[in-house]
Design a protein around this ligand. Structure first.
Ligand SMILES: Cc1cc2nc3c(=O)[nH]c(=O)nc-3n(C[C@H](O)[C@H](O)[C@H](O)COP(=O)(O)OP(=O)(O)OC[C@H]3O[C@@H](n4cnc5c(N)ncnc54)[C@H](O)[C@@H]3O)c2cc1C
Length: 553
């Protein structure tokens, strides 16, 4: 028998799980297939960015992430050094995640929760909905896109049996080697190989007692040849990930190389257990297209980035959230004919910006390979101390671009998107290390605390929300009628709070289900139906302001 589902999601990594969870939360049935047994063997990501945490808050699972077993008091310092028993060159101190404050622009903060803790959380969320069907050990073999539906052939990897699943839409969240992208014949552009890196996860319960550098999250090792290694504390306890960053003349590392690197990093022999080794190529690539009419791609299947900046999965989570409400809209019938086309228009420029920023971070981390450290920094004594101070201060300043990135995590915008109604104000420059909240159409709607303890962000998610931001704001009857005629779910919220009006700058602001501003004005629009048709993707795309789309350098 052929199974049917509105949305077939291929790949249950964090992005596929998030899309399934978002659809489930919206009441949209979906099937999620995963070719493995669904166990994270080698955790890659471990920083849950602040925007991803805002999504988790929307879904009601922020405290699940907060309560993950990564110890809250484990300091998150970044430290650069010659070896663990050698010299420290500098550090950027950060408290344990339990003690880090939320940035003023958000009700949430980033969290350090590695993938083998985070994926089970997001899986628990997705599978909490009866209408989300997760099928492990199920591999997509091929698919055929018709005008009305997609027919997928899937294989049970344990028995080898194949069967057919029919879906209205198929989404490939199947990672960097995406079968879906490959079968669509979509290429990727950028730099296919930035570095060849060997990741080694090792267990060493007494690691902190073996050296005098204290607890920290990431240790960056600098030798006479420049940056050669990093070690991160992946569970704030006994497990660590060493990454040997290859050089043009040495791209793979044998077990002897791995053991020699651990010895050199510690500055002496020590006991440890190697748990897993992953050889990977760091890339800067973005897919040329994000899909077709009924087949879409999200996450690593469309963008591959250096993890320097934590913009891999976190960018993919934004993809999932952008796609989730649009799929709901077309499945429920209120989404316009062009709504799904705006997925690529909105998300691809963000990916291009993020992968490029991540490569710049990588180049900064490796800059000591170009600006070689003076030999004195490896020698004891006052001359060495002075050299270490000067070199360390230079590196500390350089690396701040990576440690402070809310301009990327929160500041991405959909300026010029055809489903955003411009308000005529000029677009301020995109930010990197800093982030200023704005409510200009296309931007993430600002966070402001409300008197009852909620955030303005808690108002958004399920429907469009029309904010009326003063007692004398127009009644907005025209927009409400137009939304009702088009079947667009719209909630009206009246707030007479000067601080909200100050942040949103207009008396009426229309916020999309993903929490981005779609339209704002002080007066009712003359043609309310035109605004509603614009934001639901029912107007032609041509000439709809795409030229404004910001693809930042
Ligand atoms: C060392 C390292 C550190 C990182 N740190 C961070 C970080 O701190 N923060 C961050 O945001 N990102 C980080 N990243 C990047 C992050 O890990 C990835 O961006 C993220 O895992 C991508 O998620 P995904 O769901 O798109 O793809 P994946 O995690 O690759 O998942 C794809 C899934 O699809 C399945 N699949 C593939 N083909 C099929 C098929 N034909 N049928 C069925 N299933 C299939 C796979 O088995 C897999 O489970 C890091 C990456 C590395 C390498």
């Amino acid at each position: 028998m052929t199974e049917r589902t509105p949305v077939l999601i291929v790949g249950a990594g964090p992005v596929g799980l998030a899309l399934a969870g978002d659809l489930g939360w919206r009441g949209v049935p979906c099937t999620l297939i995963e070719k493995t047994a669904g166990v994270v063997e080698h955790p890659k990501m471990d920083l849950i960015g602040v925007r991803t945490m805002e999504f988790c808050r929307r879904w009601g699972i922020a405290d699940w992430v907060r309560d993950a077993p990564y110890p809250g008091d484990y300091p998150q310092d970044y430290i650069w050094l010659t070896s663990l028993t050698g010299f420290e060159l500098g550090r950027e101190p950060f408290p344990g995640r339990a003690f880090e404050a939320c940035p003023p622009q958000s009700p949430q903060k980033r969290e350090r929760v590695p993938q083998d803790m985070f994926d089970p959380i997001i899986k628990r969320f997705a599978t909490s909905f009866d209408h989300v069907d997760l099928q492990n050990n199920t591999e997509l073999v091929s698919f055929e896109e018709k005008s009305e539906r997609v027919r997928a052939t899937v294989r049970d990897v344990l028995t080898g049996e194949t069967r057919t699943i029919e879906a209205d839409y198929l989404v490939g969240t199947d990672g960097g080697a995406s079968t879906v992208r490959e079968q669509l014949g979509i290429g990727m552009s950028g730099t296919p190989a930035l570095t060849y890196t060997t990741n080694v996860i090792f267990r060493c319960p007494n690691f902190p007692s073996l050296h005098d550098k204290g607890l920290g999250y990431r240790f960056i090792f600098i030798g006479p040849e420049g940056t050669w290694l990093t070690i991160v504390a992946i569970n704030g306890g006994d497990r660590f990930r060493m990454s040997i960053v290859g050089t043009p003349d040495k791209v793979t590392h044998s077990e002897d190389d791995i053991r020699a690197a651990l010895r050199r990093a510690m500055g002496k022999d020590f006991d440890y257990e190697i748990l897993s080794v992953l050889r990977w190529v760091r890339r800067e690539l973005v897919a040329d297209r994000y899909g077709t009419d009924r087949v879409f791609l999200a996450g690593d299947s469309v963008h591959l980035t250096s993890p320097t900046g934590a913009l891999g999965m976190n960018t993919g989570m934004q993809d999932a959230v952008d796609l989730g409400w649009k799929l709901e809209a077309v499945i429920r019938g209120w989404g316009g004919a062009n709504l799904l086309k705006t997925y690529e228009i909105e998300r691809k420029p963000v990916a291009i910006r993020n992968v490029s920023a991540s490569t710049k971070n990588l180049k900064r981390m490796l800059e000591p390979r170009n600006r070689k450290p003076p030999p004195e920094i490896f020698e004891p004594g006052p001359q060495g101390d002075a050299a270490r101070k000067a070199y360390g201060e230079w590196y500390t300043e350089l690396m701040r671009h990576e440690w402070f990135m809310n301009g990327y995590h929160l500041g991405y915008r959909y300026d010029g998107s055809p489903i955003v109604w411009p308000d005529g104000t000029p677009a301020p420059p995109l930010e990197g290390t800093t982030y200023t909240q704005i409510a200009r159409p296309g931007a993430r709607a600002p966070h402001v605390w409300l008197p009852d303890g909620r955030s303005t962000l808690d108002l958004y998610g399920r429907a469009f929300v029309l904010l009326r931001l003063s007692s004398n704001a127009p009644a907005a009857g025209g927009l409400q009628r137009a939304a009702a005629e088009a079947g667009v779910p719209l909630a009206v919220v009246t707030l007479d709070l000067p601080e909200v009006l100050k942040a949103y700058e207009r008396r009426m602001v229309l916020v999309r289900p993903d929490g981005h501003v779609a339209w704002r004005d002080d007066a009712e629009p003359q043609d309310a139906r035109a605004v509603i048709d614009c934001v639901r993707g029912a107007r032609p795309l041509a000439g709809a302001g795409r030229a404004d789309l910001e693809v930042a350098s």
